[in-house]
Design a protein around this ligand. Sequence first.
Ligand SMILES: [Zn+2]
Length: 86
Amino acid sequence: MLPPVRCFTCGAPLGHLWPEFKRRVESGEDPEKVLDELGVKRYCCRRTLYTAITYIERVASFDSPKTREIRLRMYTVPVRSVGVEK
Ligand SMILES: [Zn+2]
């Protein structure tokens, strides 16, 4: 439901990579290339990011407008607020 914070298998932090991964894949880039460029090398971590299904937006659509606004603000991370150092 929520973006993965850590790899389910090895525990490596992945949450900071999610916004860029999602944005680039949704814009049509190859997920394999994006994962390579983000430096995600382990299969378990690649699987965790690649197979993550977030449906917080769908759940929030059933809320009242005020609750939806609060929920989306809590769980949707703006891409610019996440600093991925390169
Ligand atoms: Zn892992």
